[in-house]
Design a protein around this ligand. Structure first.
Ligand SMILES: Nc1nc2c(c(=O)[nH]1)N[C@H]1C(S)=C(S)[C@@H](COP(=O)(O)O)O[C@H]1N2
Ligand SMILES: [Mo]
Length: 154
């Protein structure tokens, strides 16, 4: 079991290639497993996140972008009602990050989202669809998990 202070073991060399062709993700709550396609995620309430930058180790800093997608806190509370303390967001290529509940609940108008759109258009698969955006992160995109394939609520 990973602990609260788990830091993703990653070299900062971003993987440019999607690990597979399936953009759907599996949400594990402990009591159920839900498969969510980008199409289904787009039917949930959408949150707009302006003034975002991608600080990419590979391509330098780009932006500002407006990302749009589903708030992690909305997604988790929709399926996991009680007792959770953290959420692991995992890609098919093994890249992952952890978000603590107390952080998710204090992000205000700069929440972590699963982004489906960038500047109004759909994110392409090579851009990470579905891509985690954590606006306040300071780790050069280590929390910008591309190709989210699993969300595990603990
Ligand atoms: N799935 C996955 N997401 C990832 C990575 C990765 O290797 N795999 N690398 C991270 C790092 S360290 C960086 S710098 C950015 C690069 O994003 P870009 O490919 O859009 O430039 O992706 C982040 N997200
Ligand atoms: Mo990075």
């Amino acid at each position: 079991m990973l602990d609260d202070n788990w830091i993703p073991p990653h070299s900062h060399d971003p993987n440019p290639v999607p690990p597979n062709n399936d953009p759907a993700l599996m949400l594990h709550t402990g009591s159920e497993i839900v498969r969510l396609t980008p199409y289904e995620l787009a039917s949930f309430p959408q949150f707009m996140l302006p003034h975002c930058y991608i600080v990419s180790t590979g391509h330098g800093t780009t932006g500002p972008f407006t990302f749009q997608g589903v708030r992690i806190i909305d997604l988790v509370t929709r399926y996991a009602k009680f007792g959770w303390t953290r959420v692991d967001i995992i890609s098919g290529d093994g890249f992952a990050t952890r978000l603590l509940r107390r952080a998710l609940e204090t992000m205000g108008d700069r929440p972590a989202i699963l982004a489906l759109r960038i500047n109004g258009r759909l994110l392409r698969r090579d851009e990470g669809l579905v891509r985690l955006i954590v606006p306040d992160e300071k780790e050069d995109a280590l929390q910008q998990v591309k190709w989210v394939s699993e969300i595990c609520v603990h």
